[in-house]
Design a protein around this ligand. Structure first.
Ligand code: GLN
Length: 307
């Protein structure tokens, strides 16, 4: 088995790089369609304060649905457990991330917080308790990533809003069932801004270290969520973080993970490390194709996963 090092990461990045030509870059908004597919990066952080990286690890990209883990985590700090889980489920959806079919069948209760419907409910919860949910999120990610210049990509956020028919349909359907309490456009604006956060693999690996460290930041400085909540978020990522590809991902990689259509994936080995990979071209489930292959190689070379 190999030891974790920058050299090992460089090696697997060059092995996987040809795969960046496969798959398809998200094109539902022009701001994402223009991203160069030929990019691949990885960064890893460990609870004892070490970080490793290779490839395009310092390039910022649109984190998209990776932000759904952040909105859930913030909601967990603001609400009692029951208040959250009466409004959103904990089961995999087995459907596309922006599907509406189950919502109607299940009286407007999304299957989990990591599909669009579930994340919109999280943003609705944040809207009810925070005076400035967008500013608050920026403060949180800047603190966790230790980077004061992390920002929302206004072009992406605007473009999402201009192509928001489906997310609006999801939100309005939930409202019709009484599972959406605030103004739909206002909450969607927040949701799109969260999706538009521009961050690099380095910043993401640092940010999500709390999930590998029992809810605490690097070097145990402060708690983001409780150890129990960290276990719960990891469990949800394991079953629902990779959309309809969660089973295949568990089989190949074996880590709780969350993907975004910007091509990023954040993965965690609890107690051991947080990992962020990025490559823009996606597979048929909407997960980074080369990013998944990179994680698969990493588990093989390190001989580590949660299984
Ligand atoms: N902004 C995208 C959407 O709402 C996020 C989807 C994703 O990353 N899977 O459709």
């Amino acid at each position: 088995m190999s030891e974790l090092s920058n050299a090992l990461l460089e090696e697997i990045v060059s092995e996987v790089r040809p795969l960046t030509q496969q798959g398809k870059v998200a094109d539902y908004i022009p701001a994402l369609a223009g991203v160069d597919a030929d990019q691949l990066g990885i960064a890893i952080c460990t609870p004892d304060g070490r970080c490793f990286q290779a490839g395009d690890a310092a390039t910022r990209f649109s984190i998209q649905s990776i932000s759904k883990v952040l909105s859930l985590s913030v909601a967990l700090t603001l609400y009692e457990e029951g208040e959250i889980w009466q409004r959103v489920g904990k089961e995999p959806s087995g459907q596309a991330f922006n599907s509406l079919v189950q919502l109607e069948l299940e009286q407007g209760k999304p299957r989990n917080p990591f599909i669009n419907a579930g994340a919109l409910v999280m943003c609705d919860l944040l809207e009810s308790r925070l005076t400035a949910p967008r500013q608050r999120m920026l403060e949180i990610v800047r603190r966790l990533a230790q980077q004061n210049d992390i920002h929302y990509d206004r072009v992406v956020a605007r473009s999402e809003y201009e192509h928001s028919a489906r997310n609006a349909a999801i939100a309005w359907l939930m409202k019709s069932f009484g599972n959406f309490h605030n103004d739909v456009s206002k909450v969607m604006e927040t949701y799109f801004h969260y999706c538009s956060l521009a961050m690099s693999c380095q910043e993401l690996a640092r940010t999500f270290l709390y999930l590998a460290n029992h809810g605490r930041t690097q070097d145990n400085e402060s708690a983001v969520i409780s150890p129990r909540q960290a276990r719960q978020v990891n469990a949800l990522m394991m079953t629902s973080g990779m959309y309809d590809g969660a089973g295949e991902f568990a089989w190949r990689v074996g880590m709780p993970a969350k993907s975004g259509v910007g091509g990023g994936i954040v993965a965690v080995i609890p107690g051991d490390m947080s990992i962020a990979v990025w490559s823009p071209a996606l597979d048929h489930s909407g997960n980074s194709l080369a990013g998944t292959a990179l994680l698969e190689k990493l588990t093989e070379r390190l001989g580590r996963s949660i299984f």
